[in-house]
Design a protein. Structure first.
Length: 449
């Protein structure tokens, strides 16, 4: 009778692969065949030590026969944990034929994937027993993300691996076509500088009241107006506040009128709002007002929208430091949490082809600096954000600190990092009474089309 609690695997297949490597000859290299298939963690712990020693020797162009592997394991202090010299002899006697290594390695890897699958289901069951009823959707999405990752593993690895020159002619042909940005901000100079592309993560950072939400909501509206799918995760503002800001920005109605409501909204305000209402209702703009958002939720929304609309969306997250992770670790520090979230969002953007724009808070460092201009180093909670971002846009308004500044009404968009273009400062006009940021050339223009 099979004990269903025993880990799934094939010790015989593992021994066959390792034995072949221990019996390698100059005429045949089984290590390369095995390494194409076997991943870290595929073998039992003792066999993993032997395999690691074999791979290190192979990488150094040294023989992988028994004497060399035994010496390598002695050097690292792993010989006894690997089973000793007797175990190496047993592995060598179990070697498979020279042409069978890849097949046995595939069997080893397949069993390892089965163990990972069982592990994901076990973790899901454990989380389910600890999850509050209100958190069930997040728990399901986290499990689904794990399973999606396992399902895509080999196919994704195959698509990302290959000889450099094989695709070079195809790439040259693609260069003949102009590259269209995957998303737009609606600010002409900024669009020319940033060139958002699939898989990019853009960070929009600033101190409170600098206009981060107005800027990113304006980006969402401008992008959706071009027919591109757009998704906004608004953790800081609810549906009513976002609706007021959208109406104020598009209809040029004073935001304070909408916040007061009733008699504060005059006939002209109503007329302007009614004119933009039909266009707003048709925008390919989706909103998620959940106060608790994790990377798995973002991935789920992107996947769903891509399936529905046929294109990965531009995603706005307001804001990064409010996000939770899919790791249910109560002892996780803010630094660790933000680092995990930042890295996961980068992976999601690359895997789905979405562009993700995250608002982020800055620490108080800029307020103690002459001129109070922010720097990338002021990003709060994690340096991982700077590492993962394709571009970082820092918002700065002089009139936030000096109301009588000659630059009143201006906002600097400081490109502190930009992988796809120059680092520079672009000046735009803020009209925060309308809840929006516009190009300088349009700040005194008539109403939007």
């Amino acid at each position: 009778m099979i004990d269903e609690h025993l880990p799934v695997g094939s010790p015989e297949a593992e021994a066959a692969v390792l034995g072949a490597c221990l019996m390698a000859t100059p005429a045949y290299d089984p290590v390369a065949d095995g390494a194409q298939v076997i991943a870290d963690g595929d073998l039992s712990p003792a066999n993993e030590l032997v395999w690691a020693a074999i791979v290190r020797l192979h990488g150094a162009s040294k023989p992988t026969g028994m004497p060399m592997v035994e010496a390598e394991l002695r050097r690292t202090g792993d010989l006894e944990r690997a089973g000793g010299a007797i175990r190496l002899s047993q592995l060598a006697s179990a070697a498979c034929g020279s042409g069978e290594v890849e097949a046995y390695a595939s069997l080893v890897h397949g069993y390892a994937d089965l163990r990972r699958y069982e592990g994901a289901l076990a973790r899901g069951l454990q989380v389910a027993r600890q999850t509050a009823p209100a958190d069930v959707p997040d728990a399901i999405r986290a499990l689904q993300a794990d399973l999606d990752y396992l399902a895509a593993g080999d196919q994704e690895a195959d698509s990302l691996y290959g000889r450099f020159g094989d695709d070079l002619h195809d790439h040259m042909r693609e260069l003949e076509k102009p590259i269209e940005a995957a998303a737009v901000t609606g600010l002409l100079d900024l669009d020319a500088a940033v060139q958002m592309r699939p898989g990019n993560v853009i960070v929009v950072a600033g101190r409170p009241a600098m206009g981060k939400s107005a800027f990113t909501l304006g980006v969402a509206l401008a992008n959706a107006a071009t027919g591109r799918t757009t998704l906004v995760h608004s953790m800081e503002m609810g549906k009513s506040e976002v609706s007021n800001r959208v109406l104020a920005a598009r209809a040029r109605v004073g935001l304070h009128h909408l916040l007061a409501g009733g008699p504060a909204i005059d006939d002209g305000d109503w007329a302007r709002m009614m004119r933009v209402l039909p266009d707003l209702k048709e925008l390919p703009l989706w909103m998620d007002y959940a106060a608790r958002v994790s990377p798995s939720r973002v991935r789920s929304r992107i996947t769903s929208l891509a399936r529905e609309t046929g294109q990965p969306p531009l995603v706005i997250i307001d804001y990064l430091q409010l996000m939770g992770t899919d790791q249910r670790n109560a002892r996780q520090s803010a630094y660790e949490r933000v680092s995990d979230v930042s890295r996961e969002l980068k992976i999601i953007a690359e895997e789905t082809g979405a562009v993700i724009i995250c608002c982020a808070q800055l620490n108080r460092g800029s307020e103690h600096r002459e001129g109070k201009k922010p720097m990338v180093a002021d990003l709060r909670d994690s340096g991982q954000i700077e590492q993962d971002a394709s571009a970082i846009i820092l918002l700065h308004r002089e009139d936030a600190y000096e109301p009588l500044s000659p630059r009143a009404g201006e906002v600097d968009l400081i490109l502190g990092k930009n992988r796809n273009g120059p680092t520079c400062t672009i000046t735009a006009a803020h009209q925060l009474h309308f809840g929006r940021i516009k190009d300088m050339a349009r700040q005194e223009g008539a109403e939007d089309e």
